[in-house]
Ligand binder design. Sequence first.
Ligand code: ZN
Ligand code: ZN
Length: 348
Amino acid sequence: MPPHPETWLRVTPEGLFCVPGGFHIDPLRPVARAVITHGHADHARPDHGAVLATPETLAVMRTRLGAARAGASQQPLRPGEALTERGVRLWLRPAGHILGSAQICLEWRGSRVVVSGDYKRQPDPTCAPFEPQPCDVFVTEATFALPVFRHPPPEREAAKLLHSLALFPERTHVVGCYALGKCQRLIRLLRAAGWDRPIHLHGALLGLCRLYEELGVALGPLLPATAADRAALRGAIVLAPPSAVADRWARRLAEPVVALASGWMRVRQRAKSRGVELPLVVSDHADWDGLLATIVEVGAPEVWVTHGRDDALVHALGQRGIRGRALHLVGLGEEDEGPEAAPAADAA
Ligand SMILES: [Zn+2]
Ligand SMILES: [Zn+2]
């Protein structure tokens, strides 16, 4: 009988810990050995000893954290490669979340766990698609685990933005989007929809766009938004971090149309409370259907939920005869589309 994953993959104050392998996954605090699913700040924290991740995630960590804080040593592992450490076999599979994002697959004495990190099932031209990996325990996020969250086709949301530009050609369209992943995906969606003019970027987005291009994701003509004057930005698309679109920075633009690209934009009240005129439902996380379909595909009899709406997901799993367990991992969901990034005023 293979050992139950509970006996060898433990929840510790630092996060998930593989006992026989001696490493943490996406640890919250500096640890000796870390395996990282992807480069978002709530998963890829600074100052670990040895860091193992995809080459792209390691590059993102160096860009965001600086080489000195992105791990004392970095070990790249490509999807498709595998290694065995202290009897634990470890390999990575694409998670479809952002560039470099990977599921961490672990096997010890015939018992297999897949830690998916954050993931989505919608197509995304900026990263490799999610690959289901059968396992005994599937560890999943639950950011959008409520039946109300059904993400529309992203092409439709990009078309909404271009439609608004056609209606208001003299207004600057400023779109809030997270610097890592969402921004580059949005640019590719706009290019695919035929927008070949320059896209203007808030300074906070420039570095990661440059890195995506270096790693082979072509984004077309990009210009810094600050360098251009107010008149030149009439009828332009300006991308900025979500925190910047509602403040003074955006109000300096010419009659701005404020848009925000997030899965939370499905909730009208959230858009309204944030002063978002044009909500764009574009998410890098699996929606309700995506979560349930994925869990069926991987065929795991047991699912552990790291963060998000674990209550709703565990309940739905129970109805399907799958054992669900909420891990209540702290510190996850603080970036990209987590509760902090989403407007908190939805109580109103
Ligand atoms: Zn993420
Ligand atoms: Zn996350």
